[in-house]
Design a protein around this ligand. Structure first.
Ligand SMILES: [Zn+2]
Length: 231
């Protein structure tokens, strides 16, 4: 609040609680100085429902003592804290690899909520975004993904196996990793492995394959068809 707003607030308070009214110009100026000192960064009102006059009135009806600037400041801080408690960080638009920008955007949004410059984001991040087909969602759940779609897309290059499974689910293609591989015996959910046998019959290599064995894809295709027929 600037001095003009403080003066208006004090005039209002003088009507609500005549004990606080100052008629001497010097005293009034001192009162404005003192209130402005403590409430300079508290807004008079915000679109989110804060109003300093309401705070003054609330104090007047709930306390036998004349309101002090700190009473208004306390209500403002409570109002801000309540807003932040309802706030869920929205997904920043910054590049997640740019940690500084990502962090700055998150903190900037919280600060804006705290100071009443924007409403809290009350949407739970996980349910925001495009509506997902229930069948696709069921498959994504089976894979165990709880990461919002946009972040997941950003992360996918670090997790090619999961990315391939999720892409298959979204596009309705069979997911080879949903079934066990009869060729290399990789269990469901695990990528196929290249097993190289030494001359003595012991396994020499066990490297993960980027692509599943073709017979495993055939199995998954058959399994998907079986499920779709049953559904
Ligand atoms: Zn395999």
């Amino acid at each position: 609040m600037d001095r003009r707003e403080i003066a208006g607030l004090l005039a209002y308070m003088g009507r609500v609680d005549p004990r606080t009214r100052r008629t001497d110009p010097g005293e009034l100026r001192d009162q404005v100085d003192q209130w402005q000192e403590l409430l300079g960064d508290v807004p008079l009102n915000t679109e989110s429902g804060w109003d300093a006059r309401t705070a003054v009135r609330t104090h007047a009806v709930s306390s036998p003592y004349p309101a002090l600037p700190v009473d208004v400041a306390r209500q403002w801080h409570k109002h801000s804290a309540d807003r932040l408690a309802r706030h869920t960080d929205p997904l920043p638009s910054a590049d997640p690899d740019d940690v500084e920008s990502w962090r700055a955007e998150l903190l900037g949004t919280r600060q804006a909520v705290l100071t009443g410059q924007r409403p809290p984001n009350e949407q739970r991040a996980i349910t925001s975004g495009a509506t997902v087909d229930p069948a696709v969602e069921a498959r994504l759940r089976a894979i165990g993904s709880v990461i919002p779609p946009k972040v997941r897309a950003e992360l996918s290059r670090f997790r090619p196996t999961r990315a391939a499974r999720e892409a298959a689910a979204v596009e309705g293609r069979p997911d080879p990793l949903a079934v066990r591989c009869e060729w290399c015996h990789a269990p469901a959910g695990e990528p196929c492995r290249n097993r190289r046998m030494g001359l003595d019959g012991d396994a020499r290599g066990n490297a993960r394959r980027a692509t599943p064995h073709p017979s495993r894809l055939d199995l998954a295709t058959a399994e998907l068809q079986r499920q779709e027929t049953a559904a």
